[in-house]
Ligand binder design. Sequence first.
Ligand code: LMR
Length: 328
Amino acid sequence: MAVMLTLTLVGCGGDSGGEKAKSDKVIIKFSHVVAETTPKGQAALKFEEIVEQKSGGQMEVQVFPSSQLCGDKEELEALQANTVQFIAPSVTKLVGFVPAFQLVDMPFLFANDEAAYKFYDGPAGQKLMKTLEPVGMLGMAWWPNGAKHFTNSKRPLKTPEDFKGLKFRTQSGGLLDAQFKALGAGSQTLAFAEVYQALQNGTVDGQENTFNNIDTQKYAEVQKYLTISNHGRLDYVVLTNTKFWNSLTPEQQQIITEAMKEATDFERQLAEELNNQSLEAIKATGKVEIYELTEADRAAFIKALEPVYAEYTDKIGSEYIEAAKACN
Ligand code: LMR
């Protein structure tokens, strides 16, 4: 009865791979929503390769890309139910558990990739990762992807005024709604797997993402304008669940910890490289008009987005925001 209820609630992941660990080899299901060719997709495969090699095949990692097993919301539920043992959601999607994860969406908070990496690896980033333990999720690593940029199908976005009346897709959370509201635009939360179609049929006019997600999701087919804005970040936290983790032997935990460290180094090297390649690939489609914000444009956006800081500094915690600023 309990199992049936769990499966109904979870809706993805099937039976628990992690549970089989006691009698048989350990099966680890790693679900994510992006393409295999992305930094997250490649790093998940690297993790699979190292775990299987270090355990001599006694542990098997099954990676499910592109929402094939679970979508955005379902993967969080499946992780908590231990029907999936690893996920790496964009941190924004954790807002329902801990509002402070919206830090990555604070407009123009991190100056560059290095500042974000410094935050994640420093005491504030490590503290933030641990806030998920009370809900049964264990942070294993930060896998940064990169800066977000705006795309849309209606007009070039050069000033805050250009956003008026447009509607944008958001990943999750009130802060992103507040961001678009401050720019005079509407917003709608959609799962990643639904975005292409929503852009195609005009449910939303635009979205914000990394160059690599824009490229690998082929948004150039359904978007006419890209603004290189670097206005926020899209990064991941790799999570397992405490039930699965506690079912492992210390040796198995060590294998996973070591494999995660190697996969993390690999992911970080790839992220910058693949985002740069993707910008070139978007340019090469010849379908997208690209505009890069100037310093003066940036100042106008920072001013227009001040209400977001006024509303969200306390919700996120000024301790985290100050720690992030100190990394710039
Ligand atoms: C999105 O929903 O746009 C991203 O979080 C997808 C991802 O995992 O990179």
